[in-house]
Design a protein around this ligand. Structure first.
Ligand code: ADP
Ligand code: MG
Length: 262
């Protein structure tokens, strides 16, 4: 079996009396597209928040396994350290810099991989300028990959909704992740945008980046995912290949409903 890229054991997150996550075990394998599904309020976004350092979990262990490197314990790391370790994410509620251009939004993502310090930024020495040019070139290449190159100089706020979602993905890719977490990337997209997203996610995986995606669009999940985790009430109620999960009675009852038959 392929080695894990993300290994989560016994993850629990309490908000007051609510257990948003309740002893969750979850392992994403290198090079796969995994999907996390479950009804609203199941704890999916909380899971992303805990593994990316935005929420501090009540208990549990989170490890990232860079291929060929040592495991990195992510518990207690600040979000930017988690990004540096190799995990990037997009948000269910889009978080772009609306007054900056599309290209600048991606360049910000590169920041965690560049070296120029404060002095470099103030005095703009040769190395800093060179690095900035490289950053712009790499960021533009990501806009080409995500189909946004023609909008590079527009303000992010003026992009249509589907394009803003793609821009979030471009920005996440700019951090050079090993594992990319996508929180409902198809939400608000029309069928054509969703089809483009499907190809984009496959292309990202083909470059060797592992993916964990939260998504309600079952057609997209069933076509993309190598492995599916199903959550309800903060727990994992099932996992397996799409065809296994689709047949699982608990899943049909808790979540898939009639969609499982279609
Ligand atoms: N910051 C927070 N403070 C209090 N409760 C929260 C917070 N974030 C999430 N929750 C609660 O945790 C539960 C899971 O929410 P969430 O992770 O957003 O679910 P999902 O993404 O699966 O729809 C919900 O009951 C939600 O109200
Ligand atoms: Mg959510």
């Amino acid at each position: 079996m392929t080695a894990p890229i993300l290994d989560v054991i016994g993850l629990t997150m309490k908000f007051g009396g609510i257990r948003a996550l309740d002893g969750l075990d979850l392992r994403v394998r290198q090079g796969e597209i995994a999907a996390l599904i479950g009804p609203n309020g199941a704890g999916k976004t909380t899971f992303f928040n805990c593994v990316t350092g935005i929420c501090k979990p009540t208990s549990g262990q989170i490890h990232l396994h860079p291929p060929g490197g040592n495991a990195v314990r992510l518990n207690g790391l600040a979000p930017h350290k988690v990004t540096q370790a190799g995990m990037a994410r997009t948000f269910q509620n889009i978080r772009l810099f609306p007054e900056m251009t599309v290209l600048e939004n991606v360049m910000i993502g590169r920041h965690c991989r560049t070296k120029a310090g404060l002095l470099g930024a103030i005095f703009r020495d040769k190395r800093t300028r060179q690095e900035e040019q490289e950053t712009a070139a790499r960021s533009f290449a990501l806009l080409e990959k995500t189909g946004l190159a023609a909008s590079a100089d527009e303000l992010a706020k003026n992009l249509p909704y589907g394009a803003q979602r793609k821009l979030e993905i471009a920005r996440a890719l700019a951090t050079e992740p090993l594992l990319l977490l996508l929180d409902e990337p198809a939400a608000g997209m029309n069928p054509q945008e969703t089809a483009e997203l499907d190809s984009l996610i496959c292309a990202i995986r083909d470059e060797g980046i592992s993916i964990l995606l939260i998504e309600h669009d079952m057609k997209l999940v069933m076509s993309l995912a190598d492995h599916i985790f199903v959550m309800d009430y903060g727990r994992k109620i099932a996992e397996g290949k799409p065809e296994e999960v689709r047949r699982c009675p608990e899943v049909i009852r808790a979540y898939l409903g009639d969609e499982a038959e279609s």
